[in-house]
Write a protein that binds this ligand. Structure first.
Ligand SMILES: Cc1cc2nc3c(=O)[nH]c(=O)nc-3n(C[C@H](O)[C@H](O)[C@H](O)COP(=O)(O)OP(=O)(O)OC[C@H]3O[C@@H](n4cnc5c(N)ncnc54)[C@H](O)[C@@H]3O)c2cc1C
Length: 495
């Protein structure tokens, strides 16, 4: 029976896990131990829609609180400079996996020529706008389920820590020097100060160090290097001056990888994710600087290893976040994975009345492991079909990327076109991306298929009117700047 929980690490993973577990177990003693000397990774600034939902729906935080303290900007999706099209937009809404009642085919079949203005969300992205104008003329936040955030990492961690403290979570500053093993797995953490901290359940959120699951319990690591070849990132940015705050992350093809652009209110963050096998750090830095002449100061290089541990819950240790696995941030999925892992853990513990059984641990390991693998396969798809530039890196991606279970989805698409009828058969459940995500990438990258649709004249007319209407609605929407100015006015309304 678990009577207390100790979380190692106070990066985003440790704090989200603590907050989530507190929600499930309001009376449980929960302590977070973290080393200020080691610090946090300091990256992880783009989210999916899962993260705002965690703040608003799970933690029941008010929008006023979140926007005042975490100071996010709105992210409607990702603008891909990827594949043969000039650009395409990945959203959290249903652009492709949607059929109008007056059309015989889903939207994806009408996208041979262009993928613009498929719905209001992608049309707003194209118009550099973020919030639809409601009937009362004010920004409409009802679409919050399609919104994700850009949040500066330091601010995010500070905000989450504040939330954790107000919910009675205890913090200990100290570096773990040694781990005491016990019959259940781990018995206690021994800090450099000499303090000994025991617990019934240990949540390992120690980042890439994976102090408990990886180092102490020596759980085998399953590499994803047959699917994903990048292993480093150069990170830098510059203070915003007159650049518009875009309502999306940009993902731009680079010579041996890709570069993100994340839009904070006062800072623009860029990061070049690359494969060191194809590009030296110096060459990556040079390309990064050439394409981003405004970069201020010295960019830093972060190394990472892509993959996951065989089991994520072993005996009384559960790893969450980078301590459990890592997939590069091309879809900014990590915070969403952390939220989901934390929720599943809470559910499993609650179902077992805090006395977890081997069967429950096995279920958790399957679901959490699958979610890492789905992310791997989905990101692999981005690499395998990006034909934008010809370099040794991209030729290798096209020839050698292992698509894992996404292979079946691609083959079905190549045979049947952008239909979603087989979603229940093709996708893992729960799927973080849904058929919509796969179709957005496959249609966006113009992956050929054998079922082009010859639309009749009337269909083309309906389609033209549809996209035109989306564009018109989008043009009246608010920019991020206007939205931020609005919510800071006294009496701003959220519904
Ligand atoms: C290049 C790059 C870009 C990324 N971009 C995104 C993104 O856009 N969106 C996204 O969702 N995710 C992104 N991520 C993933 C991001 O890192 C994670 O989402 C998130 O920050 C989780 O980190 P963490 O809490 O697991 O680890 P960390 O932030 O590293 O925290 C580890 C904690 O453990 C503590 N600790 C470790 N060892 C000890 C010890 N011995 N004793 C005491 N304390 C210890 C540390 O002090 C720290 O508090 C990115 C990752 C990389 C590498």
């Amino acid at each position: 029976m678990i009577k207390n929980i100790l979380i190692l690490g106070a990066g985003s993973a440790g704090l989200i896990a603590a907050l989530s577990l507190r929600r499930f177990f309001p009376q449980m003693p929960i302590r977070v131990v973290r080393s200020k000397d080691i610090g946090v990774i300091g990256v992880g600034e783009g989210t999916t829609f899962t993260f705002p939902q965690f703040l608003f729906n799970d933690l029941k935080l008010s929008p006023e609180e979140v926007y005042a303290h975490a100071q996010p900007t709105w992210k409607l999706g990702i603008r891909f400079l990827w594949g043969p099209r000039a650009e395409f937009f990945y959203t959290f809404s249903k652009q492709f996996n949607f059929r109008r009642l007056d059309l015989p085919k889903p939207n994806g079949f009408y996208c041979d020529e262009g993928v613009e203005n498929l719905d209001v969300v992608s049309a707003m992205m194209r118009q550099h706008r973020a919030l639809p104008r409601g009937k009362n003329g004010l920004p409409d936040f009802a679409q919050h389920q399609f919104l994700a955030f850009h949040i500066e990492n330091e601010r995010l961690v500070e905000f989450l820590e504040g939330c954790a403290r107000t919910r009675g979570i205890e913090f200990t500053d100290g570096t773990v020097r040694e781990v005491e093993r016990g019959a259940e797995g781990v018995a206690a953490l021994l800090l450099e100060s000499g303090e000994r901290l025991g617990a019934d359940l240990f949540v390992d959120c120690s980042g890439f160090r994976s102090e408990l699951l990886g180092r102490t319990l020596a759980e085998p690591f399953r590499s994803f290097d047959r699917s994903l070849f990048c292993d480093r990132a150069v990170i830098g940015g510059w203070p915003r001056t007159d650049e518009i705050i875009e309502p999306y992350t940009t993902a731009e093809t680079m010579e041996a990888g890709w570069c993100w652009r994340i839009e904070h209110e006062r800072w623009i963050n860029r990061g070049y994710v690359y494969a060191s096998h194809f590009l030296s750090d110096d060459a990556a830095l040079a390309e990064f600087r050439r394409k981003n002449p405004k970069v201020a100061g010295e960019p830093r290089v972060v190394k990472f290893r892509t993959g996951r541990y065989e089991r994520l819950w072993v005996n009384n240790v559960v790893a969450i976040g980078n301590a459990s696995g890592f997939v590069e941030p091309l879809e900014a999925t990590a915070l969403g994975v952390i939220v989901n892992q934390s929720r599943w853990l809470g559910q499993c513990l609650r179902e077992n009345s805090l006395a977890p059984t081997p069967g429950m641990r096995a279920i958790y390991n399957r679901v959490a492991g699958d979610s890492w693998e789905e992310t791997r396969d989905f990101i692999a798809l981005h690499y395998a079909f990006n034909t934008r530039i010809e370099t040794p890196f991209w030729r290798t991606c096209q020839a050698e990327t292992d698509l894992g279970k996404a292979r079946g989805i691609v083959e079905f698409y190549q045979e049947n076109g952008p239909t979603s009828v087989a979603e229940p058969l093709l996708l893992r459940h729960p799927s973080a991306f849904g058929m919509e995500g796969y179709l957005a990438m496959l249609v966006g990258m113009r992956v050929p298929h054998q079922k082009p649709h010859q639309a009749a004249v009337t269909e083309r007319e309906i389609w033209r009117n549809h996209t035109q209407l989306c564009k018109t609605v989008a043009k009246s929407a608010f920019t991020v700047r206007e939205g931020l100015d609005y919510i800071r006015q006294p009496g701003a309304r959220w519904s």
